[in-house]
Write a protein that binds this ligand. Structure first.
Ligand SMILES: Nc1ncnc2c1ncn2[C@@H]1O[C@H](COP(=O)(O)OP(=O)(O)OP(=O)(O)O)[C@@H](O)[C@H]1O
Ligand SMILES: O=C(O)c1cc(-c2cccc(F)c2)nc2ccccc12
Ligand SMILES: [Mg+2]
Length: 273
């Protein structure tokens, strides 16, 4: 852990800039650390709300995990501090904001753009799994975009929280694989499933098992009711990859290192990621 992470941060160390967005437990602000002039995103979480939602232990554990993850496609957590009422997380600033806004704007991505994103996320997940960190809860809302257009997995483990939120706050089930929807224990292959769902949504603009009612989404997931719409036109190589990821038996899903060798990725992903 570098010297920067060890030091005691306070709010006085930062000039606070414009709000970047509102989250479940507070606001995120653009900020500049005064001594280094380093631009960061300062995520402010209210202790009262964290207590109310009983997530303070998860927050501590995930901050612990996140501060040790170093990968170009995972948003850095540089440090944290807290005062009487709030907890502050010092995060890498993702200059181009949320990926899902970009997806909404252009409806769906080209095969080259989708493959480039999927390859960079696969590399980040291989890195996470190598450190026994799983289920980073990859869905468009949790993906931010850096200044050079590179993807950043930005949820730093809210996955446990989000998972509970999904169960209790009935957020979207769309990204859950069968074993999570049927809430049996799960392993790193849950991320392969979610990446397959994400790849489908990048190419078609909607997640594969979307339905009006939760119960219908649930059924479509556990039955792996995977259908490819006639529009937009998508290559059979892309459909082949998605079909190898969205497999009910988690041990049969395409391993992430095999994904990086898949023809669709090899032919479409920009190596720089
Ligand atoms: N590091 C960052 N760089 C740029 N913008 C950010 C960053 N972190 C958060 N934001 C913006 O602030 C918004 C809220 O942040 P975030 O989603 O992390 O809060 P949250 O919703 O409480 O977290 P979660 O979605 O995991 O519950 C994001 O949607 C995004 O627009
Ligand atoms: O008053 C505290 O000691 C406190 C500390 C932390 C905390 C400590 C380290 C890392 C982290 F992410 C959060 N979270 C809280 C959440 C709710 C209420 C109080 C606290
Ligand atoms: Mg959010």
């Amino acid at each position: 852990v570098t010297a920067a992470e060890k030091r005691r941060w306070t709010l006085n160390d930062f000039d606070i800039g414009k709000p970047l967005g509102r989250g479940k437990f507070g606001h995120v602000y653009l900020a500049r650390e005064k001594r280094s002039n380093h631009i960061v995103a300062l995520k402010v979480l209210f202790k009262s709300q964290l207590k109310q939602s009983q997530v303070e232990h998860q927050l501590r554990r995930e901050v612990e995990i996140q501060s040790h993850l170093r990968n170009p496609n995972i948003l850095r957590l540089y440090g944290y501090f807290y005062d009487q009422k709030r907890v502050y997380l010092i995060l890498e600033y993702a200059a181009k904001g949320e990926l899902y806004k970009e997806l909404q704007k252009c409806k769906y991505f080209s095969e080259r753009r989708a493959a480039t994103y999927v390859a960079s996320l696969a590399r980040a997940l291989i890195y996470c799994h190598g450190k026994h960190v799983i289920h980073r809860d990859i869905k468009p809302e949790n993906l931010l975009v850096g200044a050079q257009g590179e993807l950043k997995i930005a949820d730093f483990g809210w996955s446990v929280h989000t998972f509970n939120r999904r169960q209790t706050m009935c957020g979207t089930l769309d990204y859950l694989p069968p074993e999570m929807v049927e809430s049996v224990e799960h392993d790193a292959s849950v991320d392969i499933w979610s990446l397959g769902v994400l790849c489908y949504e990048f190419l078609y603009g909607v997640p594969p098992f979307e339905a009006k009612e939760h119960s219908d989404t649930y059924r479509r997931i556990v039955q792996v009711d995977l259908k490819f719409p006639p529009k937009p036109i998508v290559s059979s190589a892309a459909k082949d990859l998605i079909s190898q990821m969205l497999v009910k038996d988690s041990s049969q899903r395409l391993p992430l290192h095999k994904l990086l060798e898949h023809p669709w990725i090899v032919q479409n992903a920009d190596p720089s990621g």
